[in-house]
Design a protein. Structure first.
Length: 463
């Protein structure tokens, strides 16, 4: 361990109080800011491209380019915001100013995106989408970093992430139900559907922002990292941390498997299974059981530890996805059981891995004397976004190469190609994720020792 001593940092008195558990309602209020951010994901990824193409005449090529560049935009902004947030000081804290500014930009952009003005074109959509993603990152990266700072306890951090995951799942559930209701009351009214989803995002943002910012005090910030970070220095810093790389790679594999499954889900249910009437219902059912799953995996994590729980959850998902090879077209019971099981297993790896990032950041601070919590979470965010892009880029061309077509008549070979990619792709990805964190050395006992040494070092400095 390095012996470089940082200036006094006062998050450790807070540690003693949180060992009894953060207050339920304060933690729920703090987690509420995850709702508007999560609620925007579904309409932007699923409904918005179709509506902008049909209602405003934007070509699919233009839409694809705008959304691709906007996603790549996040790979630049996320680490930049992480570094700047770690270096921010002042009486308002390091995280609050960024979240407040990001929420303002996010809210304004969401308004113009979901309530488009006359004369919408490619430039309008591009600028609005870029601004929304920037505001999104300004909220998410400092918020994730702050989430790892409100408690120093190994298991309490998992509880924090669980609350956030449940809040996000609830908002996704709401935004999935709304388009269905609009379709029943006003069939074919795409602009009303867009406005309804946008109204929900803005309502959640206006409600959650004051609750989250006032839920907990920020710990007194340590001094900004002494070493200025260029882009290449940041890359070297990340790759030089083997534990962080393992967490990032494992989460990449988890998200890759989830994205492949999500991308092909409707094709599999409607075309391979021949059950189009069940497609939306099964998708919704998976999300409902996903809400229940968070607290269950949190309890498992408290017994087994984070990395063992992540391995267990990923192996469960391997078994579920392999079980899809046994389903018979036209028969619902086994598919229904596997969908419910998938919902209960969904997010187990993501939950544990995100909680582990803050533990890795503690180890880095002990060894270097520098706090790079937000930077580590920003890289974690990039790995997730990259996996989502790669998942779509792999799944669709691969099933097409194997002979599957979403229109017209499919050959048996094409249908089996869809089945194998839908089942084996996620199974392999989840197996890789489990292998990457198997035997992870930063367990509860090791982390407790790290926190003890940090506490002792700061106490000596205080004297």
């Amino acid at each position: 361990m390095a012996t470089v001593l940082p200036a006094r940092h006062t998050d450790f008195p807070q540690q003693r109080s949180v060992l009894r558990g953060l207050p339920f309602f304060r933690l729920a209020a703090f987690s509420s800011i995850a709702m508007p951010v999560a609620a925007a994901q579904m309409p932007i990824g699923v409904y918005l491209p179709t509506i902008y193409a049909q209602e405003f005449g934007l070509s699919l090529g233009v839409l694809g380019t705008i959304f691709l560049v906007a996603k790549l935009w996040g790979t630049v902004t996320d680490p930049l915001i992480g570094v700047l947030s770690d270096r921010t000081g002042g009486r308002f804290g390091r995280r609050r100013p960024w979240i407040l500014a990001g929420a303002t930009l996010f809210g304004l952009s969401a308004f113009f995106l979901f309530f488009p003005l006359p004369g919408v074109g490619a430039v309008y959509l591009g600028l609005t989408l870029f601004a929304l993603y920037l505001g999104w990152s300004m909220i998410q990266i400092p918020y994730y970093a702050w989430s790892g700072e409100i408690s120093a306890d190994y298991h309490e951090r998992t509880r924090v992430v669980t609350f956030q995951s449940v809040a996000a799942a609830l908002s996704l559930l709401l935004v999935l139900v709304l388009p269905t209701v609009v379709d029943q009351l006003h069939p074919g009214n795409a602009r009303l559907k867009l406005a309804t989803m946008g109204g929900l995002v803005l309502l959640l943002l206006l409600t959650a922002l004051p609750l989250a910012l006032r839920a907990f005090p920020e710990p007194v910030a340590p001094p900004a990292p002494r070493t200025p970070l260029s882009f290449f220095t940041t890359v070297r810093l990340v790759w030089a941390n083997p534990l962080l790389v393992r967490v990032l790679a494992s989460d990449f594999a988890v998200t890759l498997g989830q994205t492949i499954r999500g991308t092909l889900f409707l094709f599999f249910v409607t075309i391979y299974m021949g059950l189009p009437q069940w497609a939306s219902g099964l998708f919704l059912l998976q999300f409902i059981f996903g809400v229940i799953a968070g607290p269950i995996w949190m309890r498992v994590g408290q017994r087994l530890g984070k990395h063992r729980t992540a391995v267990a959850g990923e192996l469960v998902q391997v078994a579920i996805n392999l079980g899809l090879l046994l389903v018979v077209p036209g028969q619902l019971p086994l598919l229904l059981a596997l969908t419910i099981s998938q919902g209960l297993a969904q997010g187990s790896g993501n939950l544990m891995l995100r909680s582990m990032v803050a533990d890795v950041a503690d180890k880095h601070r002990l060894e270097t004397g520098e706090d790079r919590n937000a930077l580590f979470f920003s890289v974690f965010s990039i790995s997730m976004k990259a996996a989502m892009a790669v998942g779509v880029g792999i799944a669709l061309p691969l099933v097409a190469w194997l002979g599957f077509t979403p229109t017209g008549t499919n050959t048996p070979e094409g249908l089996h190609g869809l089945l194998f990619v839908f089942a084996l792709g996620p199974a392999i990805a989840h197996l890789v994720s489990a292998a990457l964190v198997h035997g992870f050395p930063l367990d509860e006992a090791t982390h407790s020792e790290i926190r003890r040494q940090l506490h002792l070092r700061n106490a000596l400095l205080a004297e």
